[in-house]
Design a protein around this ligand. Structure first.
Ligand code: COA
Ligand code: AMP
Length: 631
């Protein structure tokens, strides 16, 4: 069947379509009720089916006779270590850890926070939680203790699983000490912290809540995967919203498994037994869906890469990993390719490796610029596919579904809607725009299986943020347009979320930290273009009339505060002082205008601007600091 007919089928009879797809995974009890509504009057899939993600990722393959196939390959250029785990070994690690968690009192419905570097124990911990129906919440290591504390207060974990330390380029990240600080800051106190001590772990304080990971696993017994309702929350994953508080996206179990299995075969075109590599981090949705659950459900060998595209040790690392582990399909962010391209513009490293195993290179996480796409295509000589999705969807919404039919790609477009997603471009009034006319990217309900269920503890925010803007649609927060052939072009967020090196960050959250500085009267933080990271945050501050500190002291302190409160990943490096900020007549700061002054040559001055003179003032400041196009 070609893409067009499969896509049409998925929209015409969603229940029949997804019931058929659900037969591709194993159920303890097959669902009879395919699509229904939950107590919040929102859609849910496979309500009466039961299964278990950990079982699907491990036990099923052993039962099918693939116990000796490699499940996880850990490749860590930062520690010079490599380690492989077969499905049998994964079973041992995961089911013993699950036994350990059980012995500590963790059970179905409890929450457990994971703060881990990219080591195999991060994967074991996620799967051990899933085995017991414990809802995990993985927090990305680049977030600071304050952010960790916010998440602890929100999801109230019974336990935290962490490691002694992580390794960044030339820097050790003190994971366990960060957890201790976060617990001290948080109002909610977890009962236990399960600590995996890595080799060469620095000396750390012992806390009464500490449990030794290695000892816990050694003392534990093999523990079976329990039967879980399809609608059981498998995890909470926090993502940036437009306020200072992150949103805990909830994922279900059976719908997620069905969607991931479908996506591995039909979007990524990867067969069981092949090696799949998503060069991301378990702290992001890409890590959840395509380092852990997707490839393992599809019986692929997944690569767990602890390194960077460059400097670990150089720009050849990606190509070495693909060649050494026979990777069939790879997924990374355009920013990683830009970093490689900068160091190796002629792709000399690419020529040195046998990359014949690689069928497709997928890119996502941020808008992909034409130069990056074309460079990758030229040097790899295989289809390079930009595709679009977000934490909320859990799996791709726009793509070239190469497992169904390899369509012609259009530079600048993330492809056509994936089966199950009725993607429409709407105008302010909720009406569909004409071809090539820009609008809001929205998706007609119901969303397919595997997409968000709710926001943890905040149904109102879920409805307000996603469902109320356009009745009967899910609003993605992105803008874009569709051409007359049905290709969708994503132009960027229409809210205050920015994307820095493929990391989704909230400028509202940064503004909160900046405005807390005693010398700041008001401020604006927004994203401007960056050749390497796609976007980078820029802060503008208006100082109070009487300040006690030197200007550069204030600026440095603000940069440090953001790093300490949000984390290094926020990457706020530039804070400039202005006399005033552009505002609408009703007093709203015009962040889009501030961004346009930095990035766009021929921008439109909004009619609501109360004072036109301010534009040249801001331009002069950007010029003197070589910001954006004034570099
Ligand atoms: N734990 C702790 N700190 C982390 C971290 C982690 N897991 N990940 C990043 N950081 C830190 C970095 O060390 C850096 O700190 P510094 O300011 O002291 O140098 C800071 O956060 C910013 O990191 P980043 O934006 O990643 O910049 P970089 O210069 O270290 O690396 C790239 C640039 C392009 C190589 C890197 O961003 C990259 O590989 N990006 C791909 C991202 C990706 O895969 N995204 C997932 C979506 S698919
Ligand atoms: P996250 O939830 O962290 O995965 O970030 C999702 C956001 O990243 C989306 O809402 C988009 O703004 C952006 N994004 C992801 N993939 C793409 C893409 N292929 N093209 C353009 N923007 C993208």
């Amino acid at each position: 069947m070609n893409y067009d007919s499969l896509y049409k089928q998925s929209l015409k009879s969603p229940e029949l379509f997804w019931e058929t797809q659900s037969n591709e995974i194993e159920w303890f009890k097959k669902p009879q009720e395919i699509l229904s509504k939950d107590s919040n009057d929102y859609y849910q899939w496979f309500k009466d089916g039961t299964t278990n993600l950990s079982y699907l990722c491990i036990d099923k393959h052993i039962n099918d006779g693939y116990g000796e196939q490699l499940a996880v390959v850990y490749d860590s250029p930062v520690t010079h270590k490599k380690e492989s785990f077969t499905f049998n070994q994964l079973y041992d690690e995961v089911s013993r850890l699950a036994g350990g968690l059980k012995s500590l009192g963790l059970e179905k419905g409890d929450t457990c926070l994971l703060y881990m570097p990219m080591i195999p124990q991060a994967v074991f911990a996620m799967l051990a939680c899933a085995r017991l129906g414990v809802i995990h919440s993985v927090v990305f290591g680049g977030f600071a203790p304050h952010e960790l504390a916010i998440r602890i207060n929100d999801c109230k974990p019974k336990a935290i699983i962490t490691a002694s330390h992580g390794i960044e380029i030339n820097r050790v990240i003190p994971y366990k000490p960060f957890v201790d600080i976060a617990i001290e800051k948080a109002d909610f106190k977890p009962e236990k912290v399960i600590l995996f001590k890595r080799e060469e772990a620095p000396v750390m304080d012992q806390k009464p809540y500490d449990v030794d990971y290695q000892q816990l696993v050694a003392d534990s017994k093999i523990t079976a995967a329990i039967e879980l309702p399809s609608t059981h929350p498998s995890y909470i994953l926090y993502t940036s919203g437009t306020t200072g508080t992150p949103k805990g996206i909830i994922r279900d179990t059976g719908g997620y498994a069905t969607a991931l299995k479908f996506s591995m075969k039909k979007i990524y075109g990867v067969d069981e037994g092949e090696t799949y590599w998503a060069a991301s981090d378990v702290g992001w949705v890409v890590g959840h869906s395509y380092i852990v659950y997707g490839p393992l459900i599809n019986r692929n060998t997944t690569i767990l890469f602890e390194g960077k595209p460059i400097k670990t040790p150089d720009a050849s690392t990606f190509w070495r990993v693909i060649s050494e582990h026979n990777v069939s399909v790879m997924f990374t962010a355009p920013t990683a390719i830009r970093a490689i391209k900068k160091e190796d513009p002629d792709g000399e490293y690419i020529k040195k490796y046998d990359l014949s195993s690689l069928k497709f290179q997928f890119l996502a996480g941020e808008r992909c610029d034409a130069a990056t796409l074309l460079w990758t295509k030229k040097h790899l000589g295989i289809p390079v596919i930009d595709h679009w999705w977000q934490t909320e969807s859990g799996w791709p919404m726009l793509a070239n579904m190469v497992g169904v039919e390899l369509l012609e790609s259009k530079v600048g477009s993330a492809g056509k809607p994936v089966c199950g997603y009725d993607i429409q471009i709407l105008n302010e009034n909720g009406l569909e725009t004409k071809p090539d006319e820009e609008g809001y990217i929205a998706i007609k309900l119901p969303l397919p299986p595997g997409t968000l269920k709710n926001i943890w503890g905040n149904t109102e925010r879920f409805k307000k943020g996603y469902l109320e803007r356009f009745p009967d649609f899910y609003f993605s927060g992105d803008g874009g347009y569709k051409d007359s052939d049905g290709y969708v072009f994503v132009t960027g967020r229409v809210d205050d979320i920015i994307n820095v090196a493929g990391h989704r960050l909230s400028t509202a959250e940064m503004e909160e930290v900046v405005s807390n500085h005693t010398d700041v009267a008001e401020c604006a933080v927004f994203g401007i273009h960056c050749d390497l990271k796609g976007q980078q945050p820029l802060g503008l501050i208006v100082l109070k009339s009487k300040t006690s500190n030197q200007l550069d002291q204030i600026q440095n302190q603000i940069v440090l505060n953001v790093r300490e409160e949000i984390g290094a990943v926020a990457s706020l490096r530039n804070v400039l002082v202005v006399n005033r900020l552009p505002k609408t007549r009703s007093g709203k700061i015009m962040r889009k205008l501030l961004r346009n002054i930095a990035d766009v040559d021929d921008f439109k001055v909004p009619s609501t601007l109360n004072d036109i003179q301010i534009i040249s003032e801001i331009q002069d400041i950007y010029k003197s600091h070589r910001i954006g196009k004034f570099q």
